[in-house]
Design a protein around this ligand. Structure first.
Ligand SMILES: Cc1cc2nc3c(=O)[nH]c(=O)nc-3n(C[C@H](O)[C@H](O)[C@H](O)COP(=O)(O)O)c2cc1C
Length: 187
């Protein structure tokens, strides 16, 4: 029997028709038995401001931090904005990063992205660099760069690129296995 792994997915795009969010739907549909993937909403987070933090964490921040703390692993769907990650995703990470108990610390994670000619590759590498700040544990392969993204989805919003679907399936399978390996190493 597969051991259970709880994953929280963060989508860096806020728009309803986000293609990156659709990648999360593919991950949910192709995840191995025992793996549950829930989406953490980041739309309602205020912009990080230390004055707000000192006055008491807003409810959306508390909720996000709790979701991350309760997850075994994170899955990022990472759009590319001007050669880097979106401000919305960076803002979510900044809120989640705050001490004393940074829920991101040591968390296993995987990244996928849909974008233009490079499939959000530049943003994904920036995100890996950011995750290093919290000693997070990356799954490196397979890389999921959905290039020329709007052409890879049908009118109903389904990802029609079978290669990309297979890569996402393999990525979440690897995240599942990687999370279990780390659980054994750090009981
Ligand atoms: C502010 C902004 C900057 C963007 N910069 C890039 C970029 O540097 N590279 C790229 O491939 N696409 C870029 N795009 C296009 C996005 O990758 C594309 O809109 C993508 O579909 C966004 O993800 P989403 O569908 O999940 O919202 C940019 C879009 C916006 C709104």
């Amino acid at each position: 029997m597969q051991q259970s792994v709880k994953v929280v997915a963060l989508c860096g795009s806020l728009r309803k028709a986000s293609l990156n969010r659709r990648l999360i739907a593919v991950a949910q549909a192709t995840a191995p038995a025992g793996m549950a993937i829930d989406i953490a909403e980041i739309r309602d987070l205020p912009l990080y401001d230390e004055d707000i933090e000192k006055a008491g964490l807003p409810a959306p921040v508390e909720r996000l931090r709790g979701q991350i703390a309760g997850a075994d692993a994170l899955l990022f769907a990472c759009p590319e904005y001007n050669f880097s990650i979106s401000g919305a995703l960076k803002n979510a990470i900044d809120w989640a990063s705050r001490p004393p108990s940074t829920p991101l610390t040591g968390k296993p994670y995987a990244i996928m992205g849909a974008g233009g000619r490079l499939g959000a590759a530049r943003a994904q590498y920036h995100l890996r660099q950011i995750c290093g700040a919290f000693d997070m544990k990356p799954v490196f392969k397979p890389e999921v760069f959905v290039i020329n993204a709007p052409a890879q989805f049908d009118a109903a919003g389904a990802l029609t690129d079978e290669t990309a679907r297979g890569l996402i399936r393999d990525l979440v399978a690897n995240l599942h296995a990687w999370t279990l390996r780390l659980r054994v190493a750090q009981p």
